[in-house]
Design a protein. Structure first.
Length: 234
């Protein structure tokens, strides 16, 4: 469905630089969650999460780059962040879109570039072969439980569909390169997209089903008998 929508979207409407960060598990702890609405808003606004995304979304160079190349900045906050949208103090040049007020797939189809931190939506963008940027200012907290995800098979530096920036300065440098490259993904990242999802069609479910059917037997954990230290069976 997403591919169909993207293919039907006129090129003139593909003019969005979409900013879509994930959530952080520790942003609203129990103490803050039980405070007043004003207290929750103040606590959220003071968080490093809000500070970094607020600074980026208010960055004049980012807006100048986008405007100079005919793109608009669209911010799609995580569901949990939507109640605190005022804490980002967004300029009028930033459009805010949530799932409640717009079609997510329509927004994706109109995107010319995608800025995130860790969201798996980057796979949707890679499927559409759109440039992806990972802004991971708090990457060192990945193993602390702050992030909802955990390190796994996918390493952003090795497998990511775009460059990784740890600072706002790095991200802006990457965006300047993106605009100078006619808003196209760099070859190394395009190759990763094609390797991860080589078939851009509507037959993915069929291929998964057929692969399962072809299995000669279910995969089972066949373990030998475990011997105790004393030599008896456990």
């Amino acid at each position: 469905r997403l591919l169909q929508i993207a293919q039907r979207t006129p090129a003139a409407q593909v003019n969005t630089l979409l900013v879509m960060p994930t959530w952080r598990a520790g942003l609203m702890d129990e103490r803050v969650a039980q405070s007043s609405a004003a207290g929750r808003m103040a606590a959220f606004a003071a968080s490093e999460y809000a500070k970094h995304w607020r600074a980026l979304l208010r960055n004049d160079e980012l807006h100048d780059l986008a405007e100079r190349h005919g793109q608009r900045i669209v911010f799609m906050p995580h569901f949990d962040a939507a109640p605190y949208i005022d804490a980002f103090d967004l300029p009028a040049r930033v459009s805010v879109v949530t799932a409640e007020i717009g079609s997510v797939q329509q927004v994706f189809a109109r995107s010319a570039g995608f800025i995130t931190d860790y969201t798996a939506v980057a796979f949707d963008m890679a499927f559409l072969r759109l440039p992806v940027f990972y802004y991971q200012f708090d990457r060192e907290l990945g193993d602390s439980g702050v992030h909802k995800g955990r390190p796994g098979y996918f390493a952003y530096d090795r497998d990511g569909f775009g460059p990784v920036a740890l600072t706002e300065k790095e991200l802006l440098e990457q965006l300047r390169r993106y605009f100078s490259n006619d808003a196209q993904p760099e070859p190394v990242y395009l190759a990763r997209m094609e390797r991860a999802m080589p078939d851009r069609d509507d037959q993915a479910c069929r291929r998964v089903f057929e692969s399962i059917v072809k299995l000669r037997r279910p995969v089972a954990a066949e373990q030998p008998e475990i011997q105790s230290v004393a030599g008896g069976q456990c």
